[in-house]
Write a protein that binds this ligand. Structure first.
Ligand SMILES: Nc1ncnc2c1ncn2[C@@H]1O[C@H](COP(=O)(O)OP(=O)(O)OP(=O)(O)O)[C@@H](O)[C@H]1O
Length: 322
């Protein structure tokens, strides 16, 4: 487990991390989300003892990082894929790490194989693409076969095949009972990967919740309907107390997950439906709303920034055109 207790970090006047308390548990993927500058990397650096907290505490299995013997065998991390000595080959980079941490050299071959870099193991790291560098960073994180893994924005700059690969790798590591802590600023990516979510904004904790709860609470559901007997369906649904929003000429929408009730009413009244599909508003929107008040850098696109906090009446503003 990684346990943070009132963890804070100040750089001069700047409070990068503000009183964070949460626990990262084994056997699941915990997504660490926040907009740019939210304090994700600073938090991860403090976990690894690379930055000293201004206040509070962070422990790995009950101990500070610097109290761990052969730390790579407890926790492996990918923080910055380009932080590699460019003149070294992938193999030598990993071999140096292995030797400094009491890890047998055969493990270097294993992790190179796991990340698919065996064929380029003798090539100098400075010639690596970002995707290859990410894989090398992941190989380094896996080297000590640690129970805890931390990845800072691991999919940045990767092609779809690379993203798919990392996603599956993280899932299999969690399925082996390991602790997987991964940062991202993309809610859509986390929705496909994480079981648990920790969201921060301007260094503060905004949410610490299961992914399922976050989705249930934040993703607005509605039903999309198309029918050639529009007027009749409007009458029937209106008679049953179901509020319908007309969205464009041919599409009706109903708030909530009422597709079964609508389908049964339509069947009872022999109304033809061409579409009856449950829909979900985007989680990215929910994340943006959650963090809107704490985004550090806004682009000026002529639009006012979205209001902070979940505002029910705003849900689905994009789809509710009627
Ligand atoms: N060494 C430092 N000196 C001064 N300020 C820093 C330092 N490191 C980080 N900061 C500031 O602390 C805040 C948090 O930065 P951090 O890199 O942890 O955020 P992040 O969530 O990882 O962002 P990103 O998604 O852009 O990587 C930012 O405002 C950043 O400018």
């Amino acid at each position: 487990m990684i346990e943070l207790e009132g963890l804070s970090k100040r750089y001069g006047e700047k409070v990068a991390v503000n009183n964070l308390t949460f626990t990262v548990r084994p056997g699941i993927i915990t997504g660490f989300l926040g907009p740019n500058g939210a304090g994700k990397s600073t938090t991860m650096r403090m976990v690894l003892g690379l930055d000293r907290p201004t206040a509070g505490d962070v422990r790995i299995d009950g101990r500070h990082y610097d109290q761990l013997k052969d730390p790579l065998t407890y926790v492996g991390a990918l923080l910055d894929a380009k932080a590699v000595h460019g003149g070294r080959s992938a193999f030598n980079h990993l071999l140096c790490l292995a030797q400094a941490n009491g890890i047998p050299a055969r493990r270097v071959h294993e992790v190179l194989d796991t990340v698919g870099l065996t064929a380029v193991a003798k090539k100098k790291a400075k010639g690596f693409s970002l995707g290859m560098a990410q894989r090398l960073g992941i190989a380094a994180a896996l080297l000590g076969d640690p129970r805890i893994l931390m990845f800072d924005e691991p999919v940045n700059g990767l092609d779809p095949e690379g993203i798919h690969w990392i996603r599956n790798l993280m899932k299999s590591l969690a399925a082996q009972g390991r602790t997987v802590f991964v940062s991202s600023h993309l809610m859509s990516e986390m929705a496909l990967t994480a079981d648990h979510l920790v969201v921060i904004g301007q260094g503060r904790l905004l949410a610490d919740t299961s992914m399922a709860d976050f989705i249930a609470r934040n993703s607005h559901s509605y039903v999309r309907i198309r029918t050639p007997q529009r007027e009749r369906l409007l009458d029937v649904l209106g008679g049953a107390g179901i509020t319908v929003v007309e969205s464009g000429a041919a599409v009706l929408e109903v708030d909530g997950d009422k597709s079964e009730a609508i389908g049964e009413l339509a069947a009872q009244h022999r109304i033809v439906l061409h579409e009856l599909s449950p829909q979900q508003a985007s989680l990215e929107e929910a994340f943006m709303r959650l963090t809107a008040g704490s985004v550090e850098y806004h682009a000026h696109d002529g639009q006012p920034p979205a209001p902070a906090g979940p505002q029910r009446q705003q849900w689905g503003g994009e789809w509710r055109k009627g």
